[in-house]
Design a protein around this ligand. Structure first.
Ligand code: 5AD
Ligand code: SF4
Length: 348
């Protein structure tokens, strides 16, 4: 039958075509269980039994764009904040002390952070802590990608959100599909690893389009692929739309692991927000990365790209890791975590 044929192709390292990917996205019951198991086995073979922890600092929620789905879009009436260079460095230092090796600097598209301001922040982090840096600050100029790369930025996160031109243009009033694709290429050409991904269950999105999303990640050699459910955000044009489906989101994670194999797949904050077990289920369906939200608590509430965002802090990460029966990265400093009041079980 079809699933057995697909498994044989995966085992023989033959690329799956779109019809086969669609078939996997539509499996139910025993075939669903088999899909999740297969993804878990491939995750184990490619990555092993470890979980990568990435900490994100959302340093500004100003944004010049008006993406229809996003809670920090320009027209949304929310309290805006910007962190100073000093505040950002202080947060990074805390992460460094815990033993975290990569920080994600994330913001809306905020021109206040000019090339020079960003470079100054990047250089200071590199000099003081030698940490890996992922930038997630939206579309920038070609020249800036090169400058960021030369200053030591390792990864640049710019999601395609959807690889369907039709849907991309429907949800992005300010963006052009071809430009987003071009920028995905420019990021790699500048010498950084490209991180991408998208949303599952966007209004009007089809299974065919989701299959295209996964193929896009494979074809562009994306290194970190964040797929999470669409969640309606208060005050946005999509606030009354229904959220993406948990099972479909898990299938997308699983199929992405099977199709893209050796990549970083976060169990996204969005899936943790959709369902209390979402993150653990994703970690059992091929995901291998957790994002810790490390924005100072006083600012966090203003960075609601969708409503009621589930804050993934260290204790939550430890619980998810334990449920998934996998090791936290060795580099996390247990003594320091205990000092911070986290309970750590020896079995981890
Ligand atoms: N639902 C789910 N994910 C969202 N994002 C933004 N708004 C939403 C939403 N309403 C995700 C997008 C974006 C990242 C910052 O958060 O993928 O790239
Ligand atoms: Fe701005 Fe990004 Fe939200 Fe779009 S998705 S409105 S670019 S923060």
């Amino acid at each position: 039958d079809t699933l057995k044929d697909i498994v044989k192709k995966v085992e023989a390292n033959i690329e799956l075509n779109k019809e086969e990917i669609k078939y996997l996205l539509e499996v139910e019951n025993e075939e669903y269980d088999a899909l999740i198991r297969m993804a878990d086995i491939i995750r184990k073979e490619c990555i092993g039994d470890r979980i990568e922890i990435r900490a994100a600092i959302e340093f500004s929620n100003y944004c010049r764009k008006n993406c229809n789905y996003c809670g920090v879009r320009r027209d949304n009436k929310i309290k805006r904040y910007r962190m100073t260079e000093e505040e950002i460095i202080d947060e990074v230092e805390k992460l460094y002390k815990v033993g975290i090796k990569t920080v994600i600097l994330q913001s809306g598209e905020d021109p206040y952070y000019t090339t020079d301001r960003m470079l100054s922040i990047i250089k200071e982090i590199k000099q003081k802590f030698r940490m890996g840096i992922t930038l997630s600050i939206g579309e920038r100029e070609e020249e800036e990608y090169r400058l960021f790369s030369d200053a030591g930025v390792n990864n640049y996160l710019l999601k395609i959100e959807t690889a369907s031109r039709r849907l991309f243009e429907l949800i992005h009033p300010d963006d052009d599909y071809d430009i987003r694709v071009k920028h995905t290429r420019l990021i790699k050409e500048a010498g950084m690893r490209a991180a991408s991904g998208g949303m599952i269950g966007l209004p009007t999105q089809t299974i065919d389009e989701i299959a295209e999303d996964i193929i896009f990640q494979r074809d562009f050699g994306i290194h970190m692929i964040g797929f999470g459910p669409f969640l309606p955000a208060k005050g946005t044009p999509y606030e009354n739309c229904k959220p993406g489906d948990l099972k479909l989101s898990l299938k997308v994670v699983a199929v992405t692991r099977i199709v893209c194999q050796h990549v970083f797949l976060p169990a996204t904050t969005a899936i943790a927000t959709l369902h209390p077990d979402g993150q653990t289920l994703a970690l059992k369906a091929g995901a291998n990365t957790i994002m810790l939200i490390s924005t100072p608590p006083s600012l966090r509430d203003n960075y609601q790209i969708y409503s009621n965002k589930n804050m993934v802090d260290l204790s939550f990460a430890i619980k998810s890791t334990r449920d998934a029966k996998r090791k936290l990265p060795k580099y996390l400093n247990y003594d320091y975590l205990k000092e911070l009041g986290y309970e750590i079980e020896d079995e981890l």
